[in-house]
Design a protein around this ligand. Sequence first.
Ligand code: SAM
Ligand code: SF4
Length: 321
Amino acid sequence: MLIDSFNRQVNYLRISVTERCNFRCQYCMPEKPFSWVPKENILRFEELFAFVKVCIDEGINKIRITGGEPLLRENLDTFIQMIYSYKPTIDLAMTTNGYLLKANAQKLKDSGLKRINVSIDTLQPDVARQIAQKEVLTQVLEGVNEARRVGLKVKINMVPMKGLNEREILDVLEYCKARDMSVRFIEYMENIHAKVNIKGMKSDELLAIIAVKYHFEDVGFDTHSPSHYYRLDDGYIFGIIEPYNDAFCSTCNRIRLTAEGLLIPCLYFDEAMSIKEAVQQGNIAEAALILKEVVRTKPEKNRWGDTEGEISKRAFYETGG
Ligand code: SAM
Ligand code: SF4
């Protein structure tokens, strides 16, 4: 079992399989990064899998594939199948922008993927174009339909931003509610890669908008989920991810692996250790030691709520959010 210095059990690994993306979301990577990581620096699936096995053997029981856009990586279903075959009971999920989902949903389902989170920040084609800097909405919505049709459990993520999609909180909530899909509103997290004038919306602003139409009660947190949950009178539950709130960190159970093999203890800070050399040399004992060291050094909390804090240098497209 992996326990950090603040007595939190770490059982969740997020793997960013590529930093590349077919969108340029303004809150994530407004321009193409200065240079993409060259393909030869990216760990092969066999190398990532060697590390995944170490993690599972040490107690990781939840894995999320993310990116960049994970569906840009060729043969992703083979990688998912490798993990699933090693431990079929693993909670295996993916976060995607949904653009390539229609063509891939069945393959993903067949490979052992159980759940999928799709980022939908708006239901208006022109707003989607403005946020992603590309014509995307029709294809994303078709991807969601197909994922549901093949039996994947779908959740929606929305990042509410002032002046962009702030009028669509209820629309997105109702789109999800009508389809019995969960929605999670993610408070925008400032970082140096996002467009400078982005202004996120905080939990209390979102709740005030929802309260105009619905009565709801605060049902608190699930163990190990960063979401703060609320229940409408008809039983529908929605979540808000509040990185500015200390509760976000006090139950944190996750570490992150980048496509280049950097193992990251906290989304906010720059610190990381590389497992690349260890897995490329087949040194599994060393990979296990690095895993334990990264867990040991997990910081107590992020600095998003800290007005003295610098803006995070972490790129969401690199860490996978
Ligand atoms: N490309 C995929 C997607 O967009 O779903 C997966 C990677 S993306 C980095 C993972 C999640 O991080 C998405 O739900 C996205 O909305 C969220 N995200 C990216 N930048 C963010 C930011 N600055 N603040 C809050 N959430 C962010
Ligand atoms: Fe790409 Fe996802 Fe970042 Fe948007 S949020 S630019 S889809 S990685």
